[in-house]
Write a protein that binds this ligand. Structure first.
Ligand code: S3P
Length: 451
């Protein structure tokens, strides 16, 4: 029997992962217009930067998912007064760069890698000690990618022997700026070091091997903090001030991605996705789907609070397999679970390379997706840094999401083209990024329910 087991973590109810199973009935088409929830990356940053700004920051469109709520609760635990969220509205009473207070217990960041990596930088420069921990997935993800460059700035952060959380951050350490060449293209590492750089005595520069999402840089600039970006190198000088701002969080293109794929593969679909963030560091999914033959129109382009936004109209199309251009990988890093479903429904072979990072996301997304696709009868061969998928037909069957929100939602969309029902185990973590997925997806034609 499946039970919903609730527990209280830092004031919020979370459900144990094993307890939620999706049941998807085969077939159907996606039609209508919807706005998917707010961008997770921007929601995290709105709380972090709003908290250390001077004055009152008002956020709208905030993602009320467990990941961004973990960040919100962490700042409340450090003495920041935050009202909401209420229908996506949050008001943050900023305490300034030096105004955070020591939390009375370790900060539990749940499943959220963004919270842990960005906070490790922001907290390395505080006067107090703090411990960061998380769920079984988060405490197995690599953290040396942040703790090592932070140590070279003067931070003292303890990890387990494997270089994983819990992270023990020692307060009162003076930080010096560094000039750092990132070995992996990671916005989390870049943002972590920029946030530590706010507290450093000198200039911090981070060079990225390929462009990654730049929401931190945009929001810092929007709050009046000078940041320069030149030839892939982002720099800032420590010791400045952030001024409160109004932040309108667009809909998350990573959540829109499930619907872009679902509507592309389901004959008869015609769907409008409203107010989606189309920051060019996030639009790899659009480029890749277009290369595969998708029919996606970018309508009504506008700029909202320093971030480009548009409505996306997607209609069903016959997709074909491609070699995914390697430069698109960091720009679509969270969308590969959904793109693998598109590839399995396309004509011909799709090959992904250069994406070894997928192995250290919320799950090993190469292995877990290959296992699930094979369980549905697809030809999917995992490789060290990607996947080779021969497009064809999908059967019904049982798949395990590995506790990974994006894998659960991707297999839900596979139901649109499967020949029988699909059961997806371990779906509670969909609440980390897309709390109303089942009802929103049902409202446009996906036959999905919580079993
Ligand atoms: C994120 C950056 C990406 C992405 C994650 C969110 C962010 O991680 O996968 O979901 O908000 O900075 P990496 O920067 O580690 O690739």
């Amino acid at each position: 029997m499946l039970l919903l087991i609730g527990k209280l973590v830092m004031g919020m109810i979370v459900t144990d992962n094993v307890s939620v199973r999706f049941l998807v009935q085969p077939g159907g088409a996606l039609k209508g217009r919807i706005r998917v929830p707010g961008d997770k990356s921007i929601s995290h940053r709105s709380i972090m930067l709003g908290s250390i700004a001077e004055g009152i920051t008002k956020v709208s469109g905030f993602l009320e998912g467990e990941d961004s709520l973990a960040t919100l609760n962490a700042f409340r635990a450090m003495g920041v007064s935050i009202e909401g969220p209420d229908a996506g509205k949050v008001t943050i009473h900023g305490v300034g760069l030096k105004g955070l207070k020591p939390p009375s217990q370790p900060l539990d960041l749940g499943n959220s890698g963004t919270s842990m990596r960005l906070l490790s930088g922001l907290l390395a420069g505080q006067a107090f000690d703090v411990e960061l921990t998380g769920d079984h997935s988060l405490v197995s993800r690599p953290m040396r990618r942040v703790t090592e460059p932070l140590a070279s700035m003067g931070a003292r952060i303890g990890t387990t022997e494997k270089g994983t959380a819990p992270l023990q951050i020692k307060g009162g350490q003076p930080l010096e700026g560094i000039d750092y060449n990132m070995p992996v293209a990671s916005a989390q590492v870049k943002s972590c070091l920029l946030l530590a750089g706010l507290y450093a005595n000198s200039r911090t520069c981070v060079r990225e091997p390929a462009p990654t999402r730049d929401h931190t840089e945009r929001m810092l600039a929007g709050m009046g903090y000078p940041v320069t970006t030149e030839n892939g190198k982002v720099c800032l000088q420590g010791g400045g001030k952030l001024m409160a701002a109004s932040i309108d969080v667009p809909a998350d293109i990573s959540s829109a991605a499930f619907f872009l794929v679902g509507a592309s593969i389901a004959p008869g679909s015609d769907l409008l996705l409203e107010h989606v963030g189309i920051n060019p560091t996030r639009t790899g999914v659009l480029e890749i789907l277009k290369l595969m033959g998708a029919d996606i129109k970018v309508l009504n382009r506008r700029e909202v609070g320093g971030e480009p936004v548009a409505d996306l109209r997607v209609r069903a199309a016959q997709l074909h397999g491609i070699d995914i251009p390697v430069e698109q990988v960091p720009l679509a890093i969270d969308e590969f679970p959904a793109l693998f479903i598109a590839a399995a429904c396309a004509q011909g072979r799709t090959v992904l390379t250069g994406a070894e990072e997928l192995r250290v996301k919320e799950s090993d997304r190469i292995q877990v997706m290959a296992d699930g696709l094979q369980a549905l009868g697809a030809q999917a061969e995992p490789t060290a840094d990607g996947m080779i998928i021969e497009g064809g037909t999908l059967n019904g069957g049982c798949v395990d999401s590995g506790g990974d929100h994006r894998i659960a939602m991707s297999f839900a969309m596979a139901g649109l083209r499967a020949s029988g029902p699909i059961k997806i185990d371990d779906c509670a973590n969909v609440n980390t990024s897309f709390p109303d997925f089942v009802s929103l997806a049902s409202s446009v034609g996906l036959s999905v329910s919580n079993e």
